[in-house]
Design a binder for this molecule. Structure first.
Ligand code: A2R
Length: 334
């Protein structure tokens, strides 16, 4: 068991349990929490999870193994961790995969969430619980519907979006029926290290790094440059999640977003400016989606007013950090 020293958070020691710790949000949250005084971090991971995003935290956090689809392993981990706060981030979080594997998506995201809620209800009923939802729950949105408030109807277009609506509603149901402290977020595009290269900013930065290392022709392949999206760095997300379990009301849903729309073409231009070699931009038809909302931006008023949170990391700062990240990965043979 990891030993904790020093001053406690708000005068009390807090035990936190994170699922999905190997993802970009989970690893950023763990980094944020280990730096807080008096916070003891427990986390849940699969046997086969790639632990590189949290390798530097070895000895500073306690890992419990299992699978959120397996209720027994979740029960055991929650009972052992006896948390005061639970951040449930584990999910099948790729909309595209959710069409190929809708049943797995439902099992992981809906059954998995119910397994977490049941484990908390039985073994840590006073814990504050955060459930991670997504802007995909809103589905197709017209530009005039933006910035999207939490009250906007949910009409998800993917099995992923449907699964997250069901997971979030399950959380609200546990709050209503069992008096549990469950808070739900809907995250727009979060971006940060350890994310892979599916997000637009990541794929542009990775391509630029590959070009610099002479591993790709000097062409950045892009999709729809006119789409405008709302990006938040995972470190800002981590801080918001912590504040939300301090100040968020149980049974409430909060958009987690910057509230700022950035045109994808402008991000490509920023990446080109950071590049050490000249590049051409070419549209790759495979990167164009049949349906792609022109503008997706969230209204974060409720989150800001409840917690005092403000995002601190802008898109140009994200591009600069991710260029350094991908260069470092390629330099170290990644
Ligand atoms: O793939 P792994 O083994 O590294 O773990 C992933 C974990 N996960 C699971 N953990 C336990 N049992 C499962 N059946 C299971 N399936 C997936 O969830 C990984 O640690 C995490 C998912 O990481 P990402 O997909 O990269 O999520 P991200 O971007 O950190 O988003 C966090 C949350 C997700 O619930 C999104 O749907 C939401 O924010 O927007």
């Amino acid at each position: 068991m990891v030993q904790y020293h020093g001053q406690a958070y708000g005068g009390e020691f807090v035990r936190v349990f994170i699922t999905g710790i190997t993802g970009p949000v989970g690893s950023a949250l763990a980094d944020y929490l280990v730096a807080l005084p008096g916070v003891e971090v427990h986390a849940f991971k699969r046997w086969r999870s790639d632990t590189r995003p949290i390798a530097h935290l070895a000895g500073r956090i306690t890992l419990h193994e299992g699978d959120i689809e397996d209720p027994y392993s979740v029960m055991r981990a929650v009972e052992r961790a006896a948390p005061d706060r639970v951040y449930h981030l584990a999910a099948q979080s790729y909309p595209s995969e959710s069409w190929d594997a809708p049943i797995v998506t439902m099992r992981t995201n809906v059954e998995g969430t119910i397994n977490v809620l049941e484990a908390v209800r039985r073994h840590a009923p006073r814990a504050r619980v955060h459930l991670a939802g997504t802007s995909a729950e809103y589905g197709w949105v017209q530009p005039e519907d933006t910035p999207i408030p939490e009250t906007h109807p949910t009409r998800p277009l993917s099995p992923y979006g449907v699964s997250k609506v069901a997971a979030g509603l399950s959380g609200l149901q546990y709050a209503a029926n069992y008096g549990m402290h469950v808070v739900v977020t809907r995250s727009f595009n979060h971006v940060g290290p350890h994310q892979g290269d599916r997000c637009a900013i990541q794929t542009f930065c990775r391509q630029m790094a590959l070009i610099e290392y002479d591993r790709q022709e000097p062409v950045i392949y892009v999709g729809n440059l006119e789409a405008r999206r709302d990006f938040t760095h995972t470190r800002d997300v981590a801080r918001a999640l912590w504040l939300l379990l301090d100040h968020g009301a149980p049974g409430e849903i909060y958009n987690l977003c910057s509230g700022v729309a950035t045109r994808i073409g402008d991000i490509v231009a920023m990446v080109q400016q950071h590049g050490r070699v000249p590049t051409e931009v070419r549209v790759d038809p495979a990167r164009l989606r049949p349906s792609d909302e022109p503008l997706l931006v969230g209204d974060n008023t409720k989150l800001r007013q409840t917690t005092g949170w403000q995002p601190q990391i802008t898109v140009p700062m994200i591009v600069e950090e991710l260029m350094a990240y991908w260069r470092e990965r390629l330099a170290s043979g990644g």
